[in-house]
Design a protein around this ligand. Sequence first.
Ligand SMILES: [Fe+2]
Length: 354
Amino acid sequence: MATLESQPPVRIGRTQTIIDAAKTAYFLVNNQIKIKPGDEVLIACDTMTELEILQSLAGAIQAAGAEFTICMQPSRSPKDAAKLTKIIQRGAGAADVYISWSNSCGATLYSQRERKEGQRWFAAPMRTLEVYLGPAATSNYQYISDICERLQKMLEGTKTIRFTSEIGTDMVLDVTGMPWEVEDGGIRGPICFGDGEVFTSHTGHSADGTLYIDGPLAYIGVPDEPIKLTVNKGWITKIEGGRAAARLRRVFAEVSNSNYLCEFAIGVNPWARRSRFFEEEKKGLSNIHTAYGALQRFFRPYIEKNLGTTALQKRLPGIHADMVSYDLTIWADKKLIEDKGKPMGDWWYPPPEK
Ligand SMILES: [Fe+2]
């Protein structure tokens, strides 16, 4: 696990950050997205996307012989989190490469947009400049992909996931027949930023227990005290804690049916720090994330089959938001996957130097 102490200092503001940002931009453009001369690249962003991210990406795209277009829409609250302007929706259909980098919400990634045949897309919503400058941005994806594949193989066919923590989490999920998906930076999964996770959803029949959120949450940040969630049949029915818990209660009140626990994911990236940004922390080795809100596309056919079309529609509110928890002990049926955040079993081996 990389620590904040092992990194050079970063100060955000009117400094020369653009110089440091160039390294990440060149890595993403050339190694990950693999932009080619002549590509037309659309960067879809919002008013919260830092200028250094946009400038460094545009510069690296231009240096690769491609052309960039930057489209900026207003930032969104959780209530409007799925709202993409019609201009971006339509314009996306003309791009060879579509880069999703809205920082207030995931609209540029998750919302409906036109797509061109053969279009490549790069998913990086809600990644801040501090994460962009951090070590996870330039991860070794051969290693990440290998670890993801080994873990995915170990999890396939699992009927029950149980995970517990010392602060009181004790959850049981029925995952019988559900697929395990990977996000490995683009080698097998979508091209993503600072990546590395293996994830699934429950069957809709049972996901029950107590879940503590002690890491950062989308839209909310680091909680002032761990949030205690009570989950019944996949629905979060009770929220206890301090100010962050109160904010989460307001999100659930504003967006109907958003209190559905829709994802369970195991982070595998050893370069992702505990940096207080959920998009970095959720990929970190020894962290898990769960999400509330809309089911991802991979799981929808299964829920439709298990529970019917009306039940599926109820599980697609206009928000999908991640919540990080630390140091879990995880069982897949009788197999121990992690012990208090430490990887167990032969899916894991130490990372190489980058
Ligand atoms: Fe995830």
